[in-house]
Design a protein around this ligand. Structure first.
Ligand code: ADP
Ligand code: ZN
Length: 840
C-alpha cells in the first residue's frame, strides 16, 4: 500500500490540489511542507506537500519524482495561513504558497549525477551518442551537478538523456540544494586620520606644485576634514574630481584611512539622535507596553489577544514600544516580525532595530539579490534569526516560533498587494498571529477609518500616545547648544521632553489670484522660504504628483493630449520635452499643432516637481535644490543618495512627492510647504479623502522636529474642505468623525464590504460585453442567494479606463459579505479583489 500525499502544484492558473503517491525511497522522508517535484500533465512541476492522505480522490495517482529540499520549506502554521488567506481573498492556494517561498528557490535546486553501481538494464552499445557523451563525462570527472554539466556541454539539451540514463540504471541523480555564496555587500569609505595642522603641513608634499593632482588631493583633504567621519568614496570623488589613486597617495602619506562598510547604511545616521541605551519609558508608554506584554504572556496558538492599534503622532514614541515589545518576545524565546512600508524610505526605524539587536536581525529589502534573500530565509528557518525587518513580504519568513508581529505605519497602502494574489498584510498578520500565538501591534499616526472602527466596535485594543516626544532630553540639549538656541521642548517626566506639533497656516490660493499673485508660491510661502534660507535652515516642498504638469491642452479648443493606449492625460517632462503616460510608459514629443483644431497654442498646464524646482531656482538663485520623486529615484540607491545629500545640508530645499510622507526625522527642516493640498481630493474613489488627509498629516509632521521649531504652509483652493481643516488642525478625531458619517451615508466600508471584479481586454467591445455578461450572472447569484442587502454597482469602465493597451471594466459588489457569493465559482480571467484598496 503506497503512501499518498496532497500536493499544491506550482503552475499558474491551476487552482486545485492533487493527490500523488510516494516512491518507496521517499516514504518516511516526505511530509507536510516539503518541496517536491512531480509530473503534472506533460511537464515536471514543483509543488508543496500539504498533508498525507489515507485514500486518494483519484483511482490512479502519479508518483512524486523527487524531494527538492530535505527540510520542509513551509511550517504547519504557514500552510494553514495560506489556506485561510486563499479562502478569504478568493485566490488560489498555490498562489499564496508561492508568495511564501523565496524567489528562485526552484532555480536553486540542482541534482548531483553519479555512476550507478547496479547492473544497467541496457548495455552500453544501446545508448545514443549524447547518452554516451554524458556517461563518459561523469566517468572522467566524477559526480557532477546539473550546473557543471551545463558548463561542460554548453547549449546541449542533455537533461532528457540524463533522465533516460537514470531510468536505465546507468546514472543516479540526487537532489541537492545549493547554498548561495553570500557575502554582505560593502562600500569603500575614506576617513581623515590627521588633524588640521598636520594636513596643513602636508599640503606641499601632495604632488608637484600647482599641478592638477595636487589640487585634487587638497580638495579631498579639505572635504574629508569637514566631514570628520568615514565617507563613501563616491562622495569624495564627486567633491574633488579625484580617484582611488589619489586616495591611495593620501593614505601612503598617513593622512587618510581607507575602510569598508556594509552597503546598507542609514543615510540619515548622522542627523537624528538616538540614545544608545533604551530610555526610561514615559508613563503613557508604560501603559502601552504593559498591555502588550500582558497579551504576549496570555497568547497561545488559537487563542490570542485582539490586535493592538497603537495610535500616536510621529515622534510620540511608538518605535520605542516596538523595540521593547521585541525585547520581551525574545526573552520568551520567540521571534518577532517587524513590517515597515519600505526600507529605503524608513531607514531610521530600521537602524534602531539593527543597533538595538545587533547581529540578530534579518533585513528584507528590494536591493537584495535572490541569493541574499534565500540566505535570510534559510537562516530564519534554521532559527538563526531573532527578528526580521522588511516590507509586507517579510511576514512570510519561516520563523519557527513567532511571538510578535508589528505593522509600522499600518495605514500605508504598500501593505496591500495590488496584483494577484491580492491580499492585505494586516489581515494576513492577524490570521498568522492567531495560528502562531503571537501578539500583533498595528501602529500609525493616521490609522485607516476601518482600523479605528475596529477599535470602536470593540474588536481591537486601543493604545494611545498623545504627546510628541521627539527626542531624548540629552540629545535635545546637545543639539540646542550646537545651534546656539534655547529649547522649545517642554519637560516631561524621565528623560523625555515633548514638543508641540508645528502650527499649520492655510493659504487660500483664490485670494492670491485675486490679489494678482500668479506665482505657484503664495506671498506667505515666499516669505517663509525667505526666512528659512536666510537663516541657513532647510525647507521641504511637497507636491502630490509628478511631472512638470499634468494636462497638456490646447488653449484654443481645450483638447487634452492623452495616451493612445490608456486614454489618460499625458504628463510633460521638461528636460527631454517629452510627454509620458504614467500608466503604460508611452512617450511622445510635444505636438507642435493641436491634433484637434490645428491651433498652435498647445502647451502644458499645472504644476509638477520640476516646475516647483524651477520656480525656487528662479526666485532664490542661491538656494540649492534637490528633487525626490519617482523620476529622480529610478536609479538604484537613489533614495539613499538624496536623503544623505539633504541631511548633510548639501541642499536647502527638498521638493518631493509622496515619498516625503514616511517617517523621516530631519532636524534642520523648519518649513514644510504643501504646494497644492487639494490634489488627490478630486479622484473618483471613496478613499480619496482619507488618502489625502493621511498624506497631508504625515508631510506636516516633517516640520519642527528640533529645537529650531518650525511651521507648515498649506496652499489650497478649498480652505473650508473638512480634509484640509482637519489636517491643518492636526485633528485625527475630527477627520474620523466626518469621514465616518460620509461613509455611512454612502454605504461604504466599514459599513459594507466590497468585492471588485475587473476585466481587461485589448478589444473595447469584448471587454464591455464580458462585463455585461458577468454582471447579469452576478445579479442572478444575488437573487438566488436571496441577498436583498447585496447590490451590484456597474458594470462601468474603470477610472483608469485603459492600461497598457487593455480596456478595463469593473463591477463592484457591495453588501455584508459579498465574497461568499463567489466562493466555489469559477470566474475565468476576471481579477477578483476582496476589500480592495481603491476603486480607480
Ligand atoms: P515614533 O515611532 O512614534 O515616531 P519614536 O519611538 O521614534 O516615535 O520616538 C521619537 C523620539 O523620542 C526618538 O528619538 C526616541 O529615541 C525618543 N524617545 C522615545 N521614547 C522616549 C523616552 N521614553 N525617553 C526619552 N526619549 C524617548
Ligand atoms: Zn486645439
Amino acid at each position: 500500500m503506497p503512501v499518498f500525499v496532497e500536493i499544491a502544484v506550482n503552475v499558474s492558473h491551476v487552482s486545485g490540489v492533487f493527490h500523488y503517491h510516494l516512491p518507496p525511497e521517499l516514504e518516511g522522508r516526505v511530509g507536510a511542507g516539503h518541496l517536491v517535484e512531480a509530473p503534472f500533465g506533460r511537464q515536471q512541476v514543483q509543488g508543496v506537500v500539504l498533508r498525507p492522505v489515507s485514500t486518494p480522490e483519484v483511482a490512479e495517482t502519479k508518483v512524486v519524482s523527487r524531494l527538492i529540499d530535505p527540510i520542509p520549506v513551509l511550517t504547519p502554521a504557514q500552510i494553514e495561513l495560506a489556506r485561510l488567506l486563499a479562502d478569504s481573498t478568493l485566490s488560489h492556494l498555490s498562489q499564496l504558497i508561492d508568495l511564501m517561498l523565496p524567489p528562485g528557490l526552484g532555480q536553486q535546486a540542482d541534482s548531483l549525477y553519479s555512476i550507478q553501481e547496479i547492473e544497467p538494464a541496457v548495455g552500453r552499445s544501446g545508448l545514443t551518442d549524447l547518452q554516451e557523451r554524458l556517461l563518459s563525462l561523469i566517468e572522467q570527472r566524477g559526480p557532477l551537478r546539473g550546473r557543471q554539466i551545463d558548463q561542460a556541454l554548453p547549449r546541449v539539451d542533455w537533461r532528457p538523456s540524463a533522465r533516460r540514463l537514470v531510468k536505465l540504471g546507468w546514472l543516479s541523480d540526487q537532489p541537492v540544494l545549493r547554498a548561495p555564496s553570500v557575502r554582505p555587500k560593502r562600500v569603500r569609505t575614506a576617513r581623515i586620520c590627521a588633524d588640521a595642522q598636520a594636513v596643513e603641513a602636508s599640503l606641499p608634499r601632495l604632488g608637484k606644485e600647482g599641478s592638477q593632482a595636487t589640487a585634487r588631493r587638497q580638495a579631498m583633504l579639505r572635504f574629508l576634514l569637514r566631514e570628520g567621519g568615514p565617507v563613501d568614496v563616491a562622495w569624495v570623488y564627486a567633491e574633488s574630481g579625484g580617484s582611488l589613486a589619489d586616495l591611495h597617495k593620501l593614505a601612503e602619506l598617513g593622512l587618510v584611512e581607507l575602510g569598508e562598510e556594509e552597503a546598507w547604511r542609514d543615510p540619515l545616521e548622522a542627523v537624528d539622535f538616538q540614545p544608545s541605551t533604551p530610555p526610561d519609558l514615559t508613563a503613557d508608554q508604560l501603559i502601552c507596553l504593559d498591555a502588550v506584554q500582558a497579551g504576549m504572556l496570555q497568547a497561545v496558538p488559537g487563542n490570542v489577544p485582539a490586535p493592538y492599534l497603537l495610535h500616536g503622532v510621529t515622534g510620540s514614541g511608538k518605535t520605542e514600544i516596538y523595540l521593547r515589545a521585541t525585547e520581551s518576545t525574545l526573552q520568551l524565546g520567540r521571534q518577532a516580525i517587524i513590517l515597515v512600508p519600505e526600507i529605503a524610505l524608513t531607514p531610521q526605524t530600521v537602524r534602531r532595530f539593527l543597533s538595538r539587536f545587533p547581529g540578530r536581525v534579518g533585513l528584507v529589502h528590494s536591493g537584495l539579490s535572490p541569493g541574499e534573500r534565500y540566505d535570510t530565509w534559510r537562516r530564519a528557518r534554521a532559527g538563526e534569526l531573532d527578528l526580521v525587518v522588511g516590507p509586507r513580504s517579510a511576514l512570510f519568513t519561516p520563523l519557527p516560533k513567532v511571538g510578535l508581529i508589528v505593522l509600522d505605519e499600518c495605514h500605508d497602502s504598500s501593505y496591500y498587494q495590488s496584483d494577484p494574489p491580492f491580499y492585505h498584510a494586516q489581515e494576513a498578520a492577524a490570521i498568522y498571529a492567531q495560528l502562531t500565538g503571537a501578539a500583533c501591534i498595528f501602529g500609525s499616526a493616521t490609522p485607516e477609518i476601518t482600523q479605528t472602527y475596529q477599535v470602536r466596535q470593540g474588536g481591537w485594543q486601543y493604545l494611545h500616545l498623545p504627546e510628541r516626544i521627539m527626542a531624548h532630553r540629552q540629545a535635545v540639549q546637545a543639539q540646542a547648544e550646537k545651534l546656539g538656541l534655547a529649547s522649545r521642548y517642554r519637560e516631561l517626566e524621565g528623560q523625555a521632553d515633548v514638543i508641540d506639533l508645528p502650527p499649520v497656516e492655510v493659504v487660500d490660493m483664490r485670494q492670491e489670484l485675486r490679489a494678482g499673485n500668479r506665482s505657484i508660491f503664495s506671498r506667505s510661502l515666499s516669505q517663509s522660504l525667505d526666512d528659512v534660507l536666510s537663516h541657513g535652515q532647510q525647507a521641504i516642498l511637497f507636491l502630490n504628483r509628478r511631472g512638470t504638469s499634468t494636462y497638456v491642452f490646447c488653449r484654443d479648443c481645450g483638447y487634452a493630449v492623452k495616451c493612445p493606449r490608456c486614454d489618460l492625460p499625458l504628463t510633460f517632462h521638461s528636460p527631454q520635452e517629452l510627454l509620458t503616460c504614467h500608466h503604460c510608459g508611452y512617450k511622445r514629443k510635444m505636438p507642435e499643432k493641436c491634433p484637434e483644431c490645428g491651433g498652435t497654442r498647445i502647451r502644458q498646464f499645472g504644476t509638477g516637481t520640476e516646475t516647483v524646482e524651477a520656480a525656487v531656482q528662479a526666485q532664490y538663485p542661491n538656494a540649492r535644490t534637490l528633487r525626490w520623486d519617482a523620476e529622480a529615484t529610478r536609479k538604484k540607491g537613489a533614495h539613499d543618495e538624496i536623503l544623505s545629500t539633504f541631511s548633510a545640508h548639501r541642499a536647502d530645499v527638498l521638493i518631493g512627492t509622496q515619498m516625503l510622507a514616511k517617517g523621516l526625522d530631519l532636524p534642520l527642516v523648519t518649513l514644510v510647504g504643501v504646494v497644492l493640498a487639494d490634489v488627490g481630493l478630486g479622484l473618483p474613489d471613496y478613499t480619496a479623502a482619507e488618502r489625502t488627509f493621511q498624506v497631508l498629516t504625515q508631510v506636516a509632521g516633517r516640520a519642527g522636529r528640533s529645537p529650531l521649531g518650525g511651521k507648515v504652509v498649506l496652499q489650497t483652493f478649498q480652505p473650508e474642505h473638512y480634509v484640509i481643516r482637519a489636517a491643518a488642525g492636526h485633528s485625527y478625531d475630527e477627520f474620523y468623525r466626518q469621514e465616518l458619517n460620509y461613509r455611512r451615508m454612502l454605504g461604504y466600508p466599514p459599513f459594507t464590504r466590497l468585492v471588485r471584479l475587473e476585466y481587461r481586454h485589448m478589444n473595447a467591445d469584448k471587454a464591455e460585453a464580458q462585463a455585461q455578461r458577468l454582471a447579469e450572472q452576478v445579479r442572478t447569484w444575488i437573487k438566488e442567494g436571496q441577498r436583498s442587502s447585496t447590490e451590484l454597482i456597474g458594470p462601468a469602465p474603470c477610472f483608469f479606463a485603459r492600461v497598457g493597451g487593455y480596456y478595463r471594466w469593473q463591477i463592484v459588489v457591495r453588501g455584508p459579505d459579498p465574497a461568499s457569493l463567489f466562493r466555489g465559482k469559477t470566474l475565468g480571467d476576471w481579477r477578483v479583489e476582496v476589500n480592495p484598496m481603491s476603486l480607480l
